[in-house]
Design a binder for this molecule. Structure first.
Ligand SMILES: Cc1cc2nc3c(=O)[nH]c(=O)nc-3n(C[C@H](O)[C@H](O)[C@H](O)COP(=O)(O)OP(=O)(O)OC[C@H]3O[C@@H](n4cnc5c(N)ncnc54)[C@H](O)[C@@H]3O)c2cc1C
Length: 418
């Protein structure tokens, strides 16, 4: 390794649960691994959940073990704020150019938090999908790894303010930090670049952006999380009051040729999980579940059956036509046809959760576009590319972990030239 280049057996792109699993599994077989993640923290979307099914454990329980394996394994080099910009094959080796974005905070940081106390600038908190703010110098969340601050230069006033630099007794802040570029040479690459939530503002009829009480499923995870914007209390966004009624709108933009044509396979279960979050806090709340059909694979069917027993959880079969404001109250009206009765239904509720699907980020990658399928996912069943996690197909965490482990076997074969 030099200052501008790294050589390892394997490069893993994406530090979500798929990429972390692939990196630790590969390193434990004896490979040297470089893991690159474009965010300032690893864990991907799982780090932003309140709990995950089927066991409903907090994200820390799965991530913590893997992060410990990663921290203690000297064969893994982790680069955060790192994005692959170009890849080419040279003499049988993969050569990746990687842009390292400045963190402005170096490894001397002890996360003491004195800098936050003096920082006068604020920014929308993207970890909580903009539902609250952080200071311009921030840690995405106290469980994030690496537990080191980062500065958002879009909000920071730089050296003209300098308060954080002056208060830091560890010399950990460098406001002149610059973007760098490095080359990583590896015998194989595993792409584990995951997904983004489908942009709900494209679903004009469902009121997202127009009515503050219409939120998305990923926002709901943060609302229920103890480290979220409301410290885990699910409150009505517009009034910050307790809630009595909620509607889940399933397939919001999914299985729809104008938006995402496919089923993301986990949205039914994630909404049922979120119905449980609501029930735990509000024993009497009325919960309406608007669905086309409920999709729960394998053992996840048991989870569905357990949630279904709730007699204040009302299932309505039929696609939602629109979400509008009620003319005589501050509630929202969810309008849908009940396809079992043929009746038009208007449910008045205080909050609406849109179950938006998972959209692959594969088309943004610097790879040959023929390696991306018509739905935007990586085609990984060929010799050209190794992918795992949601970058190849929507799936739940257990399936992601299995695929990530399998992808390591494929990488070992590639490295050995089999
Ligand atoms: C609302 C909701 C709730 C869910 N709840 C559950 C649940 O309870 N249980 C369950 O099993 N599953 C659940 N899922 C599914 C779960 O989120 C996915 O299975 C999981 O996130 C997939 O992990 P991943 O590593 O493939 O992707 P991600 O979590 O998206 O991680 C990918 C990582 O790659 C990084 N990356 C992307 N592009 C680049 C690049 N070019 N360079 C470097 N890094 C890059 C990203 O920043 C990210 O950190 C839920 C999904 C949704 C939508």
């Amino acid at each position: 390794m030099t200052e501008n280049s790294i050589s390892s057996d394997l490069l893993v792109v994406g530090g979500g649960i798929a990429g972390i699993t692939a990196a630790v599994e590969a390193a434990e077989t004896g490979l040297t691994v470089t893991l690159v993640e474009k965010n300032s923290f690893i864990g991907g979307k799982v780090a932003q959940f309140n709990q995950y099914f089927p066991k409903l454990c907090p994200p820390s329980c799965g991530l913590e073990i893997n992060i410990r394996r990663l921290r203690t394994n000297p064969a893994i080099k982790l680069l955060t704020l790192a994005e692959v910009t170009k890849v080419e094959k040279q003499n049988g080796k993969e050569k990746a150019e990687v842009k390292l974005n400045p963190r402005y905070v170096n490894e001397l940081c002890t996360s003491c938090g004195e800098c936050v106390k003096v920082c006068p600038e604020e920014r929308p908190n993207d970890f909580n999908y903009g539902m609250d703010k952080t200071k311009a110098i921030y840690i995405p969340d106290e469980n994030s790894y690496p537990a080191r601050y980062v500065i958002d230069m879009n909000s920071c006033k730089g050296t003209s303010c300098n308060k954080c630099v002056e208060v830091c007794q560890y010399n950990a802040i460098d406001l002149d930090d610059k973007e760098k570029s490095i080359t990583i040479e590896a015998g194989a690459i595993i792409w584990a670049t995951g997904w983004e939530p489908y942009d709900a503002s494209k679903l004009e009829i469902l009121g997202f952006g127009e009515f503050p009480d219409v939120v998305t499923n990923v926002m709901m995870e943060r609302l229920a999380a103890p480290n979220g914007p409301t410290k885990g209390e699910i409150l009505r966004p517009s009034t910050k009051e307790k809630i009595n009624s909620v509607a889940f709108v399933q397939c919001a933009g999914s299985r729809d040729e104008d938006h995402l044509e496919y089923c993301s396979s986990i949205c039914c279960l994630s909404s049922l999980k979120q119905a449980k979050y609501i029930r735990e806090q509000y024993p009497d709340a009325e919960i309406h579940f608007h669905y086309i059909d409920i999709r729960s694979n394998g053992i996840l069917e048991e989870f569905y059956n357990s949630v279904k027993e709730d007699d204040k959880l009302h299932f309505h079969r039929g696609k939602v036509a629109k979400v509008i404001k009620d003319s005589s109250s501050d509630k929202l009206v969810v309008e849908a046809e009940d396809s079992l009765t043929g009746n038009l239904m208007q449910n008045k509720v205080e909050m609406v959760v849109l179950a938006t699907g998972m959209e692959s980020t594969a088309k943004k990658l610097p790879i040959d576009k023929s390696l991306v399928d018509e739905m935007g996912f990586l085609k990984s069943n060929n010799d050209e590319l190794i992918g795992c996690g949601v970058s190849t197909k929507p799936k739940e965490v257990a399936a992601v972990v299995q695929e990530a482990t399998g992808s390591v076997l494929k990488a070992i074969n590639t490295i050995r030239g089999n």
